[in-house]
Design a protein around this ligand. Structure first.
Ligand code: ADP
Ligand code: MG
Length: 343
């Protein structure tokens, strides 16, 4: 994806945006490849929207530069940039039909009526909504409105599509369905997607690469697998999924090691105490007592209080539930390789 020498779709260099005392964006360097599905993941207030607004040209940076397709656009107006934005609230025009909404961007670009119609219908087809072309936005469901907003954004064939929490207003079921559609749409169109979300699962499932944001900076950049399997620090380890975190004290008492570590709940195996004391080659183990079990449908979350006074969260798949219940003495074990060293 990167380092191929090709001109990146987006290049941010030393990008900063301050609002008075607030450093909304505090030094971002980033290259996003052509055709990449790139996510910016971070909690509310971490600067994600501000980065998008800078790329779109709605804000001017305090420092740094922005290139699109190799061209410096730092001082350019929004309409001079080959990008389009999909907002969380869709921002559809209520007095226009769905087709007119989708055709709008072509109208302001002076595309003639017949071509406008044809291309708007084609864009509606890509989101499978050609049958509601004559309706008003208010006559659509939330998911349909979201798809109209997408069609409206892609109809002008931008090189880059910026999506700011586009699925945030949808309920879980619809969101999961739209995630699949977004991914398919991006693959079909081959457009670069820059997708902003605070939902780690969404970022992990959709993206080629993820940038994890904290306080206006990128704290980790990598594939979903990198970010999940080898978080660089405690912040990423706890923000992306859940982790058992060991500070230097806990590392010493529980793991018998120096440093800071993270261990994912699904990497820990439980066995009833006394079944076998040897966890096997390359594995660590500790003794403890089950403090709580929570049924999850796809499996079970088990909380174990260890002899050393630490608390471990274990995730068991429904296919491999240990025969242990609350109050039982257990042995918890994991592969040493699954311990992630944190900085
Ligand atoms: P996110 O999208 O990650 O939630 P934002 O980029 O919206 O974060 O905001 C980053 C920080 O910048 C926050 O502290 C926010 O309050 C601040 N901020 C954003 N826009 C403005 C603005 N126009 N004026 C003042 N502060 C702002
Ligand atoms: Mg935001």
């Amino acid at each position: 994806m990167t380092g191929t020498g090709a001109t990146p779709a987006i290049r941010l260099s030393g990008l900063q945006k301050h609002f008075g005392e607030v450093r909304a964006v505090d030094g971002v360097d980033l290259e996003i490849a052509d055709g990449e599905f790139f996510s910016m993941l971070g909690p509310s207030g971490s600067g994600k929207t501000t980065v998008l607004r800078l790329v779109a040209g709605f804000e001017q940076p305090t420092a740094g530069s922005i290139e699109l397709g190799g061209r410096d656009v730092t001082g350019s107006a929004p309409f001079e940039r080959d990008v389009n934005t999909v907002f969380q609230d869709y921002a559809l025009f209520p007095h226009m039909s769905v087709l007119e909404n989708v055709a709008y961007g072509l109208r302001v670009r002076g595309v003639d009526r017949r071509e406008r119609q044809a291309r708007a219908l084609e864009a509606l087809e890509t989101v499978r909504l050609q049958h509601v072309a004559d309706r008003r936005p208010t006559q659509l469901s939330g998911g349909q409105r979201q798809r109209v907003a997408l069609a409206r954004a892609v109809v002008v064939r931008p090189k880059v599509l910026l999506l700011d929490e586009p699925l945030g207003a949808l309920d879980l079921k619809l969101r999961e369905q739209m995630q699949v559609e977004l991914k398919q749409l991006q693959r079909e169109l081959g457009i670069t997607f820059v997708f902003v979300t605070h939902d780690q699962e969404e970022a992990l499932t959709l993206s080629d690469r993820v940038a994890v944001f904290n306080e206006g900076r990128i704290v980790q950049l990598g594939s979903p697998r990198d970010v999940y399997e080898t978080p660089v620090d405690e912040y990423v380890a706890s923000f992306v999924g859940t982790s058992n975190l060991f500070d230097p004290d806990a590392s010493r008492t529980v793991l018998g090691r120096e440093g800071r570590y993270a261990l994912r709940p699904e990497k820990i195996q439980l066995a009833a105490s006394g079944t076998s004391s040897d966890p096997g080659d390359g594995r660590d183990s500790v003794r403890g007592v089950v403090a709580e079990t929570i049924y999850l449908g796809i499996g079970r979350r088990v909380v174990v209080d260890t002899e050393q006074g630490a608390r471990l969260v274990v995730l068991e798949p429904s296919t491999a539930l240990a025969a242990v219940e609350r109050g039982d003495a257990v042995v918890a074990s994991w592969r040493r390789d699954d311990l992630v060293t944190l900085t």
